[in-house]
Design a protein around this ligand. Structure first.
Ligand code: PMV
Length: 327
């Protein structure tokens, strides 16, 4: 009744922003991401029929405030296993939680992996991806390593809304440099930010309508290992997502001043011929994606941007890893 799993964060190069169904977390648009090797969540789930409620400990601290989504995700697993046993969930991130570093993606992927194993459920990666989606849309992608595509799907029950791997990390070993622009949890989470954009941003319909072209361009760039083409579409998708969010009411602005400075630093490097591009999620951190030979230079330049608190570097990593048997 106990298992442990590790899942890694991922960052989208073509973003997911907006839902077609908020209860089932069916995305309104597909997305393409890379899984990051060195940013992970490790979660142990122990089901115990003696417990009255689920409990969650995150980074050593009890977090009842975050239990609702965790319990709802565990309910899906309990239903599949035909049990009502509550669980003790102990989770740890090796990077800042809730600050736009995709902790919900790695967190829910690890939760589903550990929870399913603890209940003795044998689920395919596709099934795990669909279940992880119910915790957090982007978590569906963290089940897989390397380059991953999430399908928005068309089925009203979400059965065709899952991710799948499109290229192994070893086939195109890009590097990612994360510039930490602020610590601490963000004010408006991605769920709330999406809902606000969907209902009030005049740019939201244009974001959705122009999305298929971006997905097609990214797929083509990845298949051809065309860095410049991937850079163009990734930066476009990122700025478009933020533009839609900024036009919401009340407006959303996830960036700090230092985020913009870091963005300009990446652009300046690219103008010099350094193979690097930026992306930013629902938080202030800037992620620079580059070819391996550019990593040191990119890390040094971003580290020198006034206000950047820290710089993390990582390659691309594998998908969900589950350890059964527990301790
Ligand atoms: O999985 P969520 O609900 O936290 O949404 C993630 C949204 C973005 O990170 C901004 C974009 C993405 O595709 O990961």
């Amino acid at each position: 009744m106990e298992a442990k799993a590790r899942a890694r964060a991922n960052i989208a190069l073509v973003k997911y922003w907006g839902k077609a169904d908020s209860r089932l977390k069916i995305p309104a648009v597909g997305s393409i991401s890379i899984t990051l090797d060195k940013l992970w969540t490790e979660t142990t789930v122990r089901f115990d029929s003696g417990l009255d409620t689920d409990t969650l400990e995150l980074d050593g601290v009890p977090r009842p405030d975050r239990l609702t989504r965790v319990s709802a995700t565990l309910d899906l697993l309990r239903e599949l296993a035909g049990t009502s046993a509550r669980a003790r969930v102990v989770s740890r991130n090796n990077f800042p939680t809730g600050a736009g570093l995709a902790s919900s993606a790695s967190g829910f992927a690890a939760l589903v992996g550990a929870g399913a194993a603890a209940l003795g459920l044998t689920l395919s990666p596709t099934e795990l991806s669909r279940l992880a989606r119910r915790g957090s849309g982007s978590a569906a992608r963290s089940i897989f390593g390397g380059f991953v595509e999430m399908h928005a799907g068309k089925a009203p029950d979400g059965s065709d809304s899952f991710a799948e791997p499109i290229l192994a990390a070893s086939e195109w070993p890009l590097e990612v440099v994360v510039a930490i622009a602020a610590r601490g949890e963000k004010d408006v989470g991605s769920g709330e930010g999406m809902a606000r954009s969907e209902t009030s941003s005049p740019y939201y319909p244009a974001w959705v309508a122009s999305h298929p072209d971006d997905l097609a361009a990214a797929r083509k760039a990845i298949a051809a290992r065309d860095f410049d083409a991937l850079a163009d579409v990734a930066e476009r998708s990122c700025l478009k997502m933020h533009a839609a969010a900024m036009a919401a009411s009340p407006p959303l602005l996830y960036w700090k001043g230092v985020t913009v400075e870091a963005l300009h630093a990446v652009r300046a490097l690219r103008r010099e011929g350094v193979p690097v591009f930026f992306t930013i999620d629902a938080g202030p951190q800037l992620k620079a994606v580059c070819l391996p030979e550019a990593r040191e230079r990119v890390a040094a330049e971003l580290g020198a941007v006034p206000g950047v608190l820290d710089v993390l570097t990582t390659g691309l990593g594998p998908g969900l890893e589950v350890e059964t048997g527990g301790r």
